[in-house]
Design a protein around this ligand. Sequence first.
Ligand SMILES: Nc1ncnc2c1ncn2[C@@H]1O[C@H](COP(=O)(O)OP(=O)(O)O)[C@@H](O)[C@H]1O
Ligand SMILES: [Mg+2]
Length: 257
Amino acid sequence: MRLHIKNVSHRYDQLEVLRDIDFGIEPGEVVALIGPSGCGKSTLLSIIGGLLAPSDGEVLMCDQATPEGCLNPLTYVFQDFALLPWRTVAGNISLVLEDHPLSKAEREERIAEVLAQTNLSDFANAYPKQLSGGMKQRVGIARALAVRPAVLLMDEPLSALDAQTRILLLEEFADLFARTGMTAVYVTHNLNEAVRLAHKVVALRRRPGTIKEVHTIDVPIQNRQEGMPELIAHEQALWDLIRDEAIAADKELENVA
Ligand SMILES: Nc1ncnc2c1ncn2[C@@H]1O[C@H](COP(=O)(O)OP(=O)(O)O)[C@@H](O)[C@H]1O
Ligand SMILES: [Mg+2]
């Protein structure tokens, strides 16, 4: 599915958050949204996912192409995992399938498939409270994949995790994107995550967020490795792009406090 974010602007009452955002998301592309805190990244992701109607502009689905068996084209992955504590890992994944006309066998097959994709096969019967933060987020990803989305929407999916877990999951995400060719929009304020995962990085200015630059990284995701000179150069270029915005946003927040 190809999406066109067309001249999207948004305000919350008096607060202008996004102004005239326009870019495309191609099939198989991972697009990172970066920018200083408060610039409207989460707002934009909610608009792309249809959770929030923009004040102006629109999100166009340029075609209806979805993966076979897709139950929800635009699927959100939550930062705080949002798992039901009284359901097992398999039960949490099953939840998003229960409203759909699937046989028990089809449901079980999907659950087994996404558990394998997220290295959770041995944990199907565990409860969320038995799992570390990293494992909980794997369940969040597995649950999102179970509906075979056309576009996966991820809002800082690693930000609730400790540094070591973040590195592990980042590698798993890179592997997942490379293997599946998944289309995704990935919000982060971490430039390292952006250069490891994204084909295209949309850098936003501080509020009201406008596009400062769309930065392309043409190294195949499967070939990217931590510390690669080419990636370090991209990360530096992104930092040069948003440094002034981040400094100014930081000062604005201090003035408010
Ligand atoms: N529901 C809301 N009502 C009013 N203001 C909001 C709401 N959600 C976010 N904001 C404000 O909009 C701005 C952008 O928020 P957000 O999209 O969460 O930014 P980011 O994800 O880039 O940090 C912030 O100033 C935030 O306080
Ligand atoms: Mg946010």
